[in-house]
Structure formats: structure tokens, C-alpha cells
Design a protein around this ligand. Structure first.
Ligand code: SF4
Ligand code: SF4
Length: 309
């Protein structure tokens, strides 16, 4: 057998570039995206339960129940300065749990891209479900379809501000971390839709609740608006992930340029013309990899960080 023939024999089982076939039997029921939805749902249900118990039992009396804020990794990120300079104290409304979750978030971001955003965060799940609901309505109600179409058409004219608007989350990150270090309080808390979960459960109003309502309405028209433009936690996670060893690789030789991956990406990242996808906006949801119709065209890789397009 010639050397060329041996090479062909070794790569043929992978069927690189060939069309992915639909799995048969029970296998389509357990897809990576269904598993991701189950994980997201599990965490959202846990936070809803914690919020319910906290509001019903409260912090008075003999039993003190955890607030949903105790499970926010961003509280840990905001508290880092206070924790280091005060010998272990945290900001008001934060606890050691926030520090532990903040550290776990940053480590996960380094080794698994912003998987917290794509797989765990209840706010991300809320936006995903709102977008799915919008698609459901668009398919069944012609009025909704034309309304969403009109808003998108007008929004497309604002595409030029998409890139600069994505920088807003970094400005919010700097403001919230330096503000917390300077003033000793979480300056972002009043505007934080996560903290607004409490105000919903307590039937009170906060500016964060207004932000939460705006992001839910915006999710009807654009995917993951909070993650794209405003989340300071996603901002720091994305920066850490960009320095990490995990990235997506598009193999030009096997890619057919259909751009299905671009349409599936909830963060609006350009994939189909990039060689390496290492955008700080990537949430590691892997929707693009799952939907790609070609074997080997788009894959998750681990290696030295490479500057992506
Ligand atoms: S989905 Fe994207 S990576 Fe896959 S073949 Fe189409 S353009 Fe290429
Ligand atoms: S590039 Fe792929 S993994 Fe990253 S956010 Fe977009 S669809 Fe998800």
C-alpha cells in the first residue's frame, strides 16, 4: 500500500467534510443542546426556589435563609478589592459564597470559555426562552411576525452601532468594580437585573426591575441583548476566556460556507468567514457546532491562544 493510500485509509472513518447524518432511534432525544437546556432550567429552578424560600421565611427569626444574591458570581468579582484589602471581609449583600462562585466563574471561563453564560446563568436562560417564545409567536401570529420584521429592519440600519455598543459592558465592568472598591458598596446593585429578582418576589420596585423588563422585551427582537451589550460579568468572563486555551476552529477545506452557524449564534458572532473563533462574546453554547451540517468544518479545540477574527 502506498503512503498516500495509507493516509486516505486513516482519515476516511472521520468522513471529514461529509454531511452529518441525523441520528436514529432514541439518540435525537438526547442532544447536546437539550442537555444544555436541562442544565439551564435546573439552575433557574434552583434560583427561583431560593428566592421563594428567602422571601417567605425572611432573614428574621431563628431561620436565616440564603438570598439569591448569595449565588451571584459578580458579587464576588465586585468584592475582590475589599476582600484583599480588609483581610477577608466582603461588601454588604455579599458573602464568602460570592467569593467562591466568583473564583469558580473565572476558572471556568479560562478553561471552558464563558460556559457559565451559555450553560448556567438564569438571566441567559430567561433571554433564550423569551427569544424562543418570540419565534413561536412569529410562526403562528402574522401580526407579530410583521412587527418583529419591521423592528429588525429598522434595527438593521443601526448595525453600525452594534460594535461600539458591545463596549458598554466593559465600561459597566470598570465602573462597578472601581465604584465598589472606592465607595465600599455595590454601585451596580440598583441597576442589576439579577438583584431585581428579589424585588419581584417582594412585589417592590427597583431600577434593576426596569432593566429586567427592558431586557425581556428586547429579547423578543434580538437574541441575548443583555449579554451582548451590558453584562459586566459576561465582560470579564469573555476577557478571561479570550486568554484561555479553548477556541473554535473552522476548517475552510470542509466548510461549505452556508453561514448556518452565523444564524444560529445567539451572540451574533461572525463564524462562517473566520478561521479561529475566540471572540470574548462567545458564551460557549456550541449551537454553531451542533448545527453545522459538515463533519470537521467547525470544532472545539484546545491549544495555544490564537488571536481570532
Ligand atoms: S455551518 Fe458554518 S462552519 Fe459549518 S459548513 Fe456552514 S458555514 Fe461552514
Ligand atoms: S460562536 Fe458558537 S459557541 Fe460561541 S456563542 Fe456563537 S453559537 Fe455559541
Amino acid at each position: 500500500m502506498s503512503t498516500q493510500a495509507r493516509v486516505n485509509v486513516s482519515i476516511s472513518p472521520l468522513k471529514l467534510g461529509s454531511v452529518k447524518k441525523k441520528p436514529k432511534g432514541w439518540r435525537p432525544l438526547i442532544t447536546p443542546q437539550r442537555f444544555r437546556r436541562a442544565v439551564q432550567f435546573g439552575f433557574a429552578a434552583f434560583i427561583a426556589y431560593v428566592t421563594f424560600v428567602h422571601v417567605s421565611v425572611g432573614e428574621t427569626g431563628e431561620t436565616i435563609t440564603a438570598s439569591p444574591e448569595a449565588f451571584c458570581p459578580f458579587g464576588g468579582v465586585e468584592s475582590i478589592w475589599r476582600f484583599v484589602t480588609s483581610g477577608g471581609k466582603t461588601l454588604p449583600h455579599t458573602h464568602l459564597s460570592n467569593m467562591a462562585l466568583g473564583a469558580a466563574f473565572l476558572v471556568t471561563a479560562f478553561f471552558a470559555r464563558s460556559a457559565f453564560c451559555g450553560w448556567v446563568c438564569p438571566l441567559g436562560f430567561l433571554q433564550d426562552m423569551t427569544t424562543k417564545f418570540s419565534r413561536f409567536l412569529q410562526k403562528r401570529v402574522p401580526g407579530v411576525r410583521s412587527l418583529v420584521g419591521t423592528v429588525r429592519e429598522r434595527g438593521a440600519r443601526l448595525a453600525v452601532i452594534d460594535r461600539p455598543l458591545r463596549l458598554l459592558k466593559y465600561a459597566l465592568l470598570v465602573w462597578s468594580v472601581t465604584g465598589a472598591a472606592y465607595y465600599g458598596v455595590m454601585v451596580f446593585r440598583d441597576y442589576d437585573p439579577w438583584a431585581a429578582l428579589l424585588t419581584i418576589a417582594e412585589l417592590t420596585f427597583s431600577f434593576g426591575l426596569l432593566v429586567l423588563i427592558v431586557l425581556v422585551v428586547a429579547s423578543l427582537f434580538v437574541e441575548r441583548p443583555w449579554c451582548r451589550y451590558a453584562c459586566p460579568l459576561g465582560a470579564i468572563g469573555g476577557l478571561v476566556a479570550a486568554a484561555g486555551p479553548v477556541y473554535l476552529k473552522r476548517e475552510d477545506a470542509y466548510c461549505k460556507g452556508c453561514a448556518v452557524c452565523d444564524k444560529a449564534c445567539p451572540m451574533g458572532i461572525n463564524i462562517h468567514t473566520a478561521d479561529t473563533i475566540k471572540s470574548p462574546d462567545c458564551t460557549g453554547c456550541l449551537e454553531c457546532v451542533d448545527i453545522c451540517p459538515r463533519h470537521g468544518a467547525l470544532e472545539l479545540k484546545v491549544g495555544m491562544p490564537v488571536v481570532g477574527k
